[in-house]
Every structure is written in C-alpha cells, then in structure tokens.
Design a protein around this ligand. Structure first.
Ligand SMILES: Cc1cc2nc3c(=O)[nH]c(=O)nc-3n(C[C@H](O)[C@H](O)[C@H](O)COP(=O)(O)OP(=O)(O)OC[C@H]3O[C@@H](n4cnc5c(N)ncnc54)[C@H](O)[C@@H]3O)c2cc1C
Length: 412
C-alpha cells in the first residue's frame, strides 16, 4: 500500500512517523514544497526572533529519520494536481506519484492585508523560516516596529522586537488581544502586561493605510482612528486561511478547510486531511472546528495513521496550546467560549496564575500564565472530564495540581 502525504510540516511528518511505528510496510512519500529539512514553526516568532546572534531553526525530525524509516522526502517540490480517478498526484517538477492513500497536510497561509500600502517594502508577514530570517535581520536596523494584529503571533513578535531594543506599537481593531481564543479577563491582563514591557497597545484601532518615506519603504502607519505611527518595519499577523485550494480543485468538499469526518477522511475515503488545513467535527465545540496548533497537528497525524492502518477511531483529543511572549508563558487547555464563567486561581499581580472557564458549571478550559503545573493538571482533569465544580475551585487553598492528584494519583 502506497501512501503519499502532501505537506512536510508538523502534521504530515507525524502521519509518516506514526504509519511506520504502526507497522505500515509500504511506500511513504512526503511532498514538501519548502526547501531544506522540515523545521518547527513555533520558535520562529519567539526565541529565533529574540536571539541577538545568528539563530538556527529547530528541525522537526533529524535528517537521519527519513533514511532510517525509509520515508521519501520530496522537498522543494509542490503537489499541483490530484487525479482521483487515476489515484495519482502531479508535482511541480513534472513527475507524478501513484497512491492508495493520500493525505492533505497542507497547513495554512497568512491572511493577506489589503489596505493601501500593504505591499510596500518593509511590510512583512511571518510563516516560514525565510520570513523569520528576513525579520531577524530587519530587527538589527529597525527602530520603530508596528505590529498589525494582537493575536498570538503578533504579540510574540512584539515581545521579541522589544527585547531587540525596538519601540513597538501594536494595532488591533478589537477591544482585546487574542480575543478569539482567550477569556476577556486574560486578554485584559495581557494588555497590561505588554504595556508593562513597553509595548504601545492600541486597541479598538485598526490599520488604515501605510505611507512610504523618500526611499520608497514604509515609514508611517496611519490607523483607522487617523493616528500616525512611525514605522520602519511592519509585521502583519491577522490570522491564516487554510491551504485547501488543491483539495477543492480535486473535487473534495471544502469550507473553511478540507471537510473531514471523525476519522479524518475527506469526502473521498482514500483521501484524508490533517492539521491546520482540516475542518473536523469537534466534540469540544459541538460543531466543525479548524485548529491551528501543534497539538492538533500531531494528534490528528496519529489518528490519520490509525485510519489508514485500518483501525479508525473518532478524533476527540483535548485541544491545548501555548504561546511565549517575552517572559510570559501562556498555556491553554480546552477551548474558551463566549459566555463562560471565569474564576481566578493564584495571584495575577505575581505573574503566576490561572483562569478557570466554566460552561454550565463544568470546567471547559483553563488558561495559565507561568504556571505549568496548573496547565498539566488542567489537561489531565479536562481529558478525564473530571474538573472541579465552581464551588470546589473557589474554596480557599484550591490548587489544580492537587485536585488532579486526588482525582488520579499518577504524577502531574
Ligand atoms: C510563527 C509561528 C508560531 C507558532 N507558534 C505556535 C505555538 O507556540 N504553539 C502552537 O501550538 N502552535 C504554534 N503555531 C502553529 C503551528 O505551527 C501549526 O499549527 C502547525 O505547524 C500546523 O501543522 P501543519 O502540518 O498542519 O501545517 P504546517 O506545519 O504549516 O505544514 C504545512 C506544509 O505544507 C506545505 N504545503 C502546502 N501546500 C503544499 C503543496 N501543494 N505541496 C507541497 N507542500 C505544500 C506548506 O508549505 C507547509 O510547509 C505557530 C505557527 C507559526 C507560523
């Protein structure tokens, strides 16, 4: 049985790895359009940008992995068409690969900013190692950095730019940072924390347009409020769109991602989709979800391998996520939703605390700052569906770590 995987990122490599670990003896080929050895994206907006000297990317797997596991990595070549009737994939180098099972692990692309001046030199996005290399060296000369979008990546970049000595302004049209993913209380806490780091947080203020200086490069960001901010470097982080065009062109069902069932099969049962590009039925939201996280990519990679190996099971792994913004380590277990009731455990003034989010009196998500034991306890409790009640959590001296130990004695 021949398996072809399109995309050499976190999800695609996990499918390949788990297939071999699960006993798959046939051919496995990973088509990866980026050059070089596949690398980890999360450090790019954190340590990589903050590093003073020349940083190195962290590989997703050692170079020896591919030969040891007999996995063929076709890097630097894109999949350009899928012939479902003939079960073959065409590559940009003119070759074609037959498949019995095909996996889309094509990830997502940065959402494009379309305001006037968004195409000026000095306006960047951050997705690839190439983008991070460009930004890292641009920080050497930059004095005034404007970040458009106060999502995870925007704020990680803002913190890195501060640590590299730049003045930083963040423009965000919503009233809070990271508003799609975080409780309002946590969003407000991060606004204050970044302000404390010296970042100018401009909320309820989007980007209107950019103006060029005499050298033709971006020089000024003009906000929707008409305010003018000096900008010799702009980083845009306004979300992503799934890379689902190739799947749609092959006639697969798409809609904010490639539509899959609980076992991660597309509308063609010999084709699966995993990671940032997949829209799946989520037991945690009760509807379709598309998540952009390492957890989702790797856990779905493992699940897809099981489906291919003939032992499918519904994907329902607990979502969790982290973001490192300067010295602030944010970890989230579960998914917050508007209307959740929240309870603070610990002392926000100390910079170490958690916010527990309850839905219908059941623990639904936990957001932790610099409290890894809380996060690990929360993951354990949420996965087991045995979170504390709001009353238990409000009791003096309550700790998530201790509660998780009581519920299950294995170490947290
Ligand atoms: C800067 C940055 C920081 C992040 N930080 C965090 C973090 O702190 N925590 C966290 O949980 N998540 C983080 N993420 C998100 C996380 O990296 C992604 O969710 C994860 O990489 C998704 O894995 P994936 O395999 O679905 O997609 P990707 O890892 O993006 O891989 C998809 C690959 O497919 C390739 N591809 C697309 N189309 C084709 C084609 N036609 N042919 C061949 N190849 C193709 C793409 O070029 C890409 O290399 C971050 C992302 C970025 C960009």
């Amino acid at each position: 049985m021949t398996v072809v995987i399109i995309g050499g990122g976190q999800a695609g490599l996990q499918v390949a790895d788990s297939l071999r670990a699960g006993g798959h003896a046939g051919t496995i080929t990973v088509i990866a359009d980026e050059p070089g050895l596949p690398y980890q994206r999360p450090p790019l907006s954190k340590d990589y940008l903050a590093a003073g000297s020349d940083p190195s990317p962290l590989p997703l797997r050692a170079a020896s992995f591919f030969s040891e596991k007999d996995i063929s990595l076709r890097n630097g070549a894109a999949a350009v068409a899928v012939d479902r009737a003939g079960k073959s994939v065409s590559l940009s180098d003119g070759s074609a690969l037959p498949y019995d099972h095909l996996v889309f692990a094509t990830g997502a692309a940065n959402r494009a900013l379309t305001c006037p001046g968004a195409d000026l030199p000095g306006v960047h996005g951050l997705k690839t190692l190439g983008d991070a290399e460009t930004l890292h060296s641009a920080f050497d000369a930059a004095r005034n950095v404007v970040v458009v979008g106060a999502g995870f990546i925007g704020l990680e970049v803002a913190a890195a730019a501060r640590s590299r000595g730049c003045a930083v302004t963040v423009l965000e049209f919503a009233p809070r940072p990271m508003g799609r993913a975080l409780s309002p209380d946590m969003g407000d806490w991060f606004t204050a924390a970044h302000t404390g780091l010296g970042v100018s947080m401009r909320l309820n203020e989007g980007i209107g347009h950019f103006e060029a200086g005499p050298d033709g490069r971006v020089a000024t960001a003009v906000s929707t409020a008409g305010a003018r901010y000096p900008a010799d470097l702009v980083v845009v982080g306004i979300g992503v769109v799934p890379n689902d065009a190739l799947a749609a062109a092959a006639g697969l069902e798409t809609g904010n991602g490639i539509v899959v069932d609980a076992a991660l099969r597309t509308s063609d049962p010999s084709i699966l989709a995993v990671g940032d590009c997949a829209s799946f039925p989520s037991v945690h939201t009760g509807g379709r979800a598309r998540l952009e996280s390492v957890q989702n990519a790797t856990d779905q990679g493992r699940h897809a391998a099981r489906t291919i190996l003939g032992t499918p099971s519904p994907y329902g792994d607990l979502p969790w996520f982290w973001s490192t913004q300067g010295n602030l380590r944010l970890q989230i277990a579960g998914l917050w939703a508007p209307g959740d009731e929240t309870l603070v455990v610990g002392e926000p003034e100390s910079g170490k605390f958690s916010i527990l989010c309850f839905r219908n009196s059941r623990l639904a998500a936990v957001e932790s700052v610099n409290s890894p034991a809380d996060h690990m306890g929360a993951r354990k409790l949420l996965a087991a569906g045995r979170g504390p009640s709001p009353e238990e959590a409000a009791a003096p001296g309550f700790s998530l770590k201790s509660h998780a130990r009581q519920v299950s004695p294995t170490p947290v």
